[in-house]
Structures are given as structure tokens and as C-alpha cells.
Design a protein around this ligand. Structure first.
Ligand SMILES: Nc1ncnc2c1ncn2[C@@H]1O[C@H](COP(=O)(O)OP(=O)(O)OP(=O)(O)O)[C@@H](O)[C@H]1O
Length: 279
């Protein structure tokens, strides 16, 4: 659960991400299956990355080269996870240091970043911008150059593959929070990005939906970067960065880091520690 007020620019950041570069997007012809991935990639490079707001450091000196397919960013509330995700997505640039995703500077090369990166925000209402399911799914495809009928056909195909063809003309407001979340995931997958950034992907979802999504996510060929405060979410991953107080506290094999994190959280819980403790 979030314990801090969110900065104002966070609201509608998904819509902004999708709308602000509307005119900058190329219109290449997309071929192949809508849910297929693009080519594998050299990875994510963070070189001494720092980010500050009005002089207050939020992230400090992050350095890592991430080439694994399943990467977890683990940390307590306020540790800087979402800020790191926003930097990786290029929604903001670092105050100092260098970020590259598959060779792209995501804050500088918006056009390339929009094609290469998909983001699933924690709150689907920060992401959905169209009134119906079909329009929501078709939007990105239209931006990528598909004709309206082709985008519609691909949207219907994606829904049918998940047994949701009856959602096509539904108003997004008629869907539950979990269903809207699932729609957002489909909107990301239909674009076939190389890298998918997931912000607390199971937040607000019931257990069957979590199980279904876990299964779906585990089959994806893309690189996934998942941010979470829940070690169970990432312990089967390849690598986990543990963020604490805006720094990388620990970086290593997922099972190891998740176990250490879990033990430390249990220790803090037993000590009835304050939620703003740096670790
Ligand atoms: N634009 C901003 N202006 C001021 N402070 C900010 C801004 N963005 C983030 N912060 C602060 O930076 C810290 C890290 O925030 P961030 O949202 O990245 O944490 P988080 O690990 O994702 O937390 P949570 O798990 O609660 O979502 C928090 O103390 C937050 O209040």
C-alpha cells in the first residue's frame, strides 16, 4: 500500500506517455503475430544514475548492467522503485549519469523508446485513455501504422486469444479494476515491445487473476522488469536489485536477494520498525 502522496505529474502519466509523442511516432508496417516479441537485445545499462527533485536526491549512484530476461526491482515504500521505472521508460531523464535500454537513451529518443518499451502501470486508470476496450487496444497499433480495420482485427484476435472477445465493444468503465488491469497488459503486449516494465503488476488483483497473469507473464519472450515490495513476486526471476533509500542495497541472484529481503522485512516487522527506515 502506498503511504506517501504521489507527485502530481504521476497522474495520467500513461496517457501522457502515449499521447505526448503521438506525432513523433513512425508508421512502420508491422508484420507477424501481434503478441510476438521483437529481436533479443543487449540489455539495460545504468551508469552512476542519480535523480533529484529540487535538489533532494531520490536515486543516487545506480550502476548496473542488466542482461537477464527476468529482472526484479525490490524495495520498501518510498525506496525509489517507481522513480527508477520512470527513468527506464524515459518519462524523466536522470539528473546525472547515463541510461541505455538496448542502446537507446529512453529520455532523449522518445520515438525509439516508444517502440521498444511497454509499461504496465500500477493503476490502470493512469493508462487507459479510450472509452471502449477495442479502441484502447487499437490505439497503439494505429500509431504504428496499421489501418483501422487491421488494428481492429488484431485487437479482436488478442481478445479472442484470452477468451475475452465479448469485451470488444464494452465500455472500459464497465470492467472491474482487475479486468482493466488485464486490458492494460493486453494493450502492452499487442505492441510487441522488447522490454516490458511492470509496476506492482498484481496490485488489486484477486488470486485467480494473479495466477492467470503469472502464467501469462512467464510465457512471454520479452525482457520483464518488475518492481514490487513483495519478494514472492520475483524470487523465481534471474536477478533482483534491492533498492533502499534510493540506492542499490543489494544486487544478485533473485532467490538469494529475495530471501535476504524477506528476512530483513521480518526482522523489521518484529522490531515494529518505522516505515521510513532506510532499509
Ligand atoms: N516528483 C517528486 N517530487 C518529490 N518527491 C518525489 C517525487 N517523486 C518521488 N518522490 C519521492 O521519492 C521517494 C521515492 O518515491 P517512489 O515513488 O519512487 O518510491 P517507491 O519505491 O515506488 O514507493 P511505493 O512502493 O510506495 O510506490 C519518495 O519519498 C517520494 O515521495
Amino acid at each position: 500500500m502506498r503511504v506517501r502522496p504521489r507527485p502530481p505529474q504521476r497522474a495520467w502519466q500513461g496517457a501522457q506517455l502515449r499521447l505526448q509523442d503521438r506525432n513523433a511516432i513512425q508508421r512502420p508496417k508491422i508484420e507477424g503475430h501481434p503478441l510476438s516479441a521483437q529481436t533479443a537485445s543487449p540489455g539495460i545499462v545504468l551508469e552512476n544514475v542519480s535523480f533529484a527533485v529540487a535538489g533532494n536526491p531520490i536515486l543516487s549512484g545506480l550502476t548496473a548492467h542488466l542482461t537477464e530476461q527476468r529482472i526484479g526491482i525490490l524495495g520498501r515504500n518510498g525506496s525509489g522503485k517507481t522513480t527508477l521505472l520512470r527513468l527506464l521508460a524515459g518519462l524523466v531523464g536522470p539528473t546525472s549519469g547515463r541510461i541505455r535500454l538496448n542502446g537507446i537513451d529512453p529520455a532523449a529518443d522518445r520515438k525509439a523508446a516508444l517502440n521498444a518499451i511497454g509499461i504496465l502501470f500500477q493503476n490502470p486508470d493512469h493508462q487507459i485513455i479510450f472509452p471502449t476496450v477495442e479502441e484502447e487496444l487499437a490505439f497503439g497499433l494505429r500509431q504504428k501504422g496499421h489501418s483501422a480495420p487491421a488494428a481492429r482485427a488484431l485487437a479482436l484476435l488478442a481478445l479472442a486469444e484470452h477468451g475475452r472477445e465479448h469485451w470488444a465493444s464494452a465500455s472500459v468503465h464497465s470492467l472491474s479494476q482487475g479486468q482493466r488491469h488485464f486490458l492494460c497488459l493486453l494493450s502492452v503486449l499487442i505492441m510487441s515491445p522488447q522490454t516490458i516494465l511492470l509496476d506492482e503488476p498484481f496490485s488489486g488483483l484477486d488470486l485467480p487473476t494473479q495466477t492467470r497473469l503469472t502464467r501469462l507473464l512467464s510465457t512471454l519472450p520479452q525482457r520483464l522488469v518488475t518492481i514490487t515490495h513483495d519478494p514472492a513476486m520475483v524470487e523465481g526471476y534471474d536477478r533482483v536489485l534491492w533498492l533502499a533509500d534510493g540506492r542499490i542495497h543489494r544486487d544478485g541472484p533473485a532467490a538469494e536477494v529475495a530471501a535476504e529481503f524477506r528476512a530483513e522485512m521480518a526482522r523489521l516487522g518484529d522490531a515494529d520498525a518505522d516505515a521510513d527506515h532506510p532499509v
